[in-house]
Design a protein around this ligand. Structure first.
Ligand code: AMP
Ligand code: ZN
Length: 469
């Protein structure tokens, strides 16, 4: 039983999937116009830990993450310049080249942080047709209206528009009211109305990424992209939608409004919002010059997995403060864990735990505790504490090793790779002798005897892997 804090209800709820044992999971991915900083990486690692938790608990997860490669303006409230275009001008590359460049860096970074590949990675620019289709539906259903500059979603038509943010619309008006869209588009009805489709006009008359369409030449707004991509790959209702807390009042509020208006059903059952990575107690941000990249972390000789370990130490709903000192502590924490694993491996001859199946030695008591923690709104820091407790216990080393490797299916710290670092696998004499006897039997083509010895070895929890000779 998994309990999830649902932003929509502001309560911890028991997770009930739409389809038995299946999870439809969407995460708002990066806008690919720069190198994502480690704050963005925190969001990706947290989603990965949640994904791994579902998998560990035997759910069949379909995980979709998008790339925003058009339409995200420098302000989330549909104002400013398109982020892709801005980068395109400053780097003298086309928006397509910008996207390619930064997707590559992003994919490399998340791989180094040992996150699992999403089942589907989508790009907004590959969904323009479906975006146009959804905008048309919203026009037909009278949820949208057109001005000379854009097509807007009419928030006054949405049922309970601010149900996620719980802000009153007047407050929303205040937030967005002073933005330059309202000033530059006098035909806009309500300051909180947001753009579904920008025309290649006005401020955007020289836009680089535009599409011909029955709506008029233009490009999509950012919010509609996620509504369309999640719908296309996961259907009308998702089990889980995840993103940073900053998305609650605008991006996710708008996604709900347009998806529910277009599809007529509930958009998302469980909203998960991760808190930010801070630096000097302020949100890590590129514009403030505090957006460290993974490359910078590595250049200071930190292993990306120590950053993953660092992220494991804070709850996803808590802010986490980054300092180099904390990073060093993360590195030490990981090293100490690795050393403990090495020591456990040594005790029985540094065998490779993957080849020598240890799964039947997973300690049930500790596993139960671990499951309790990860199922209780994904409490990874406490799950890590269970792992430490396990390592300090007086369980046999093999059991400890088997159990910690089992936990690592969620932690994703590559702990199973550690014993491989040992140069030569040194086997206990007894086993070594049996190997020799078996080899002799094989040479004599006495297969029956060879199999018998193999069985004997297996009973001693070692496995013989024959190579061609
Ligand atoms: P963006 O490219 O700005 O749309 O951000 C991509 C993802 O990173 C979003 O899900 C954001 O919520 C998340 N994000 C951005 N900054 C931070 C931060 N400082 N800490 C954690 N997550 C962040
Ligand atoms: Zn999104």
């Amino acid at each position: 039983m998994i309990k999830i804090y649902n932003t929509l209800t502001r309560k911890k709820e028991i997770f009930k999937p739409i389809e038995k044992n299946k999870v439809k999971f969407y995460q708002c991915g990066p806008t690919v116009y720069w190198t994502q900083h480690i704050g963005n990486m925190r969001a990706m690692v947290l989603a990965d830990l949640i994904l791994r938790t579902f998998k560990y608990l035997n759910y069949d997860v379909k995980f979709v993450r998008n790339y925003t490669d058009v339409g995200h303006l420098t302000s989330d409230a549909c104002t400013g310049e398109d982020k892709m275009e801005k980068a395109s001008k400053s780097e003298n590359l086309s928006p397509w080249q910008i996207a390619e460049k930064y997707i590559k860096i992003f994919e490399n970074d998340v791989k180094e942080l040992n996150t699992l590949e999403p089942n589907i990675k989508t790009k907004a620019t590959e969904h323009i047709f479906y975006i146009i289709e959804m905008v048309q539906i919203l026009i037909d259903k009278k949820f949208a209206y057109q001005t000379d500059l854009a097509i807007y979603f009419d928030v006054s038509k949405a049922k309970n528009y601010t149900k996620l943010s719980r802000q009153n619309l007047e407050k929303q008006k205040h937030d967005v009211g002073s933005s330059d869209t309202s000033i530059s588009d006098p035909q806009k009805k309500h300051p909180a109305d947001f753009v579904l489709w920008f025309f290649k006009k006005g401020k955007h008359k020289n836009a680089l990424q535009t599409w011909e369409s029955p709506l008029g030449v233009g490009f999509p707004g950012w919010h509609i992209e996620c509504s369309v991509m999640s719908n296309k790959h996961l259907g009308n209702t998702l089990d889980i939608h995840m993103g940073g807390v900053e998305h609650i009042p605008i991006h996710h509020t708008n996604e709900i409004a347009q998806s529910e208006a277009a599809n007529g059903v509930k958009f998302v059952n469980y909203w998960i919002h991760n808190e930010h990575l801070l630096i000097d107690n302020k949100k890590m941000s590129k514009s403030e010059g505090t957006g460290y990249s993974l490359e910078e972390i590595k250049s200071k000789r930190f292993d990306p997995l120590s950053l993953r370990y660092f992220f494991l130490q804070a709850h996803y709903r808590s802010k986490q403060n980054f300092t180099w000192k904390a990073m060093k502590a993360g590195q030490n924490g990981l090293k100490s864990l690795q050393n403990k694993i090495k020591a456990l491996g040594n005790d029985y001859g540094k065998v490779d735990p993957i080849r020598y199946n240890l799964s039947n030695r997973v300690n049930k008591k500790y596993q139960k505790k671990f499951i309790e923690k990860i199922s209780d709104n994904f409490n990874f820091p406490q799950a890590l504490a269970v792992a430490q407790e396990l390592l300090k216990s007086n369980l046999p080393d093999k059991d400890k090793l088997a159990t910690i490797l089992d936990f690592d299916k969620v932690f994703g710290l590559n702990l199973d790779k550690i014993s491989k670092e040992g140069k030569q696998i040194k086997l206990p004499e007894e086993i070594q002798e049996l190997f020799e006897q078996r080899n002799q039997a094989r040479l004599k083509k006495d297969w029956k005897q060879a199999d018998k010895i193999r069985e004997k070895i297996l009973k001693m929890r070692y496995e013989v892997v024959d190579k061609k000779i």
